[in-house]
Design a protein around this ligand. Structure first.
Ligand SMILES: [Zn+2]
Ligand SMILES: [Zn+2]
Length: 333
């Protein structure tokens, strides 16, 4: 069957009111587009490196960067291990105190309160790349203009849409958990804490107010910006560019983007994740770096995590897509 025949067949599945005009005629991102997207992502970070070099000793110090790395790790793993793998997908069971600690750490990532985050993400899995998905890059069709507009929507634009995801429908379990309701209510205070901690640490270590301010800038705001863009890149890039070695549901175009694996703590093995959503490890193949899975393994060894859903090799092999479906082929079946 040709791609256009597949498109015609798929178009018949949609009701006439579909807000995804042309999404069916998806063609893989061309080299030009993929290069442009990569430049948009990489260049600001190169600029950041240059800025650090130029400002070294005045506007940024080793203390600032070390604090940034520590807080990036704590809040990032709070999102990936806590918000995502534990609370959204129940890929393991955590001791109650660990569950709260992870929810608190994730809340300090400035990505919304824990209950709303989980509700939105469950809705994304329920409607992946179909009408109803809160942040699909295919929302505006698959032509170049629509795809670029869709990438902007999936990355950031969706946050500005008045498209509420009802927690009563998507996260009733968390609404029924008094500890999670408390953490969700404390979200604004936890955001303030996320900036106050580096400020106080910088002030204490350097003994100067200026040291506190540069620590707040680098280990507070710039660290938040980096983590936000990495998380949003999983929503945008990891549904457009990269490989699709595993079968996913019809229309689900999630992909694996290896360059983001370390910064995203393993979340950019997004095709593996959409193929096996409740699996505690997203990097399903050998050599796929997945620090979040390593942390869950450590929690298990310490006796803090149980009922961990580790990959089942036989099942994984059954989920493997044929060569035809690899590398950005339209997802299907
Ligand atoms: Zn996704
Ligand atoms: Zn997920």
């Amino acid at each position: 069957m040709t791609i256009s025949e597949q498109a015609v067949e798929r178009r018949q599945d949609y009701d006439g009111a579909s807000p995804f005009p042309g999404a069916e005629e998806h063609v893989p991102a061309g080299r030009l587009q993929a290069g442009l997207t990569a430049a948009i992502v990489v260049l600001p970070f190169v600029a950041l490196g240059v800025a650090i070099f130029l400002a070294w000793g005045q506007g940024v110090t080793l203390t600032d960067l070390l604090l940034a790395v520590v807080l990036y790790g704590v809040t990032g793993l709070g999102v990936t291990v806590g918000f995502h793998r534990l609370l959204t997908h129940a890929s393991f069971t955590a001791r109650p105190w660990l569950r709260v600690a992870l929810a608190v750490a994730g809340s300090m990532g400035f990505q919304g309160n824990v209950i709303d985050w989980v509700a939105v993400h469950r809705r994304h899995h329920a409607f992946t790349d179909r009408p109803g998905d809160p942040h699909s890059p295919y929302r505006y069709g698959a032509g170049l203009r629509g795809q670029l507009r869709g990438l902007a929507h999936a990355h950031l634009g969706w946050l500005f849409a008045g498209d509420q995801t009802p927690a009563e429908r998507y996260a009733p379990d968390l609404l029924a958990d008094p500890a999670m309701v408390k953490v969700a209510r404390a979200f604004p205070a936890l955001c303030a804490l996320s900036l106050a901690l580096p400020f106080l640490a910088g002030w204490a270590i350097t003994g100067t107010l200026y040291g506190g301010l540069t620590a707040c800038l680098w280990a507070g705001l710039i660290r938040v910006a980096l983590l936000q863009h990495v998380t949003w890149s999983v929503n945008s890039l990891c549904h457009v560019i990269g490989d699709r070695p595993f079968k996913t549901r019809r229309h689900d175009r999630s992909s694996n983007v290896w360059p983001l694996a370390l910064l995203s703590f393993g979340e950019s093995w997004h095709n593996g994740h959409h193929s096996e959503p409740s699996c505690a490890r997203h990097g399903l193949d050998r050599g796929q770096l997945d620090p979040s899975a390593a942390l869950i393994g450590l929690f298990e060894r310490l006796g803090w995590a149980s009922s961990v859903h580790w990959p089942d090799q036989e099942r994984i092999e059954r989920r493997r897509a044929g060569p035809r479906k690899q590398a950005c082929a339209p997802a299907g079946d």
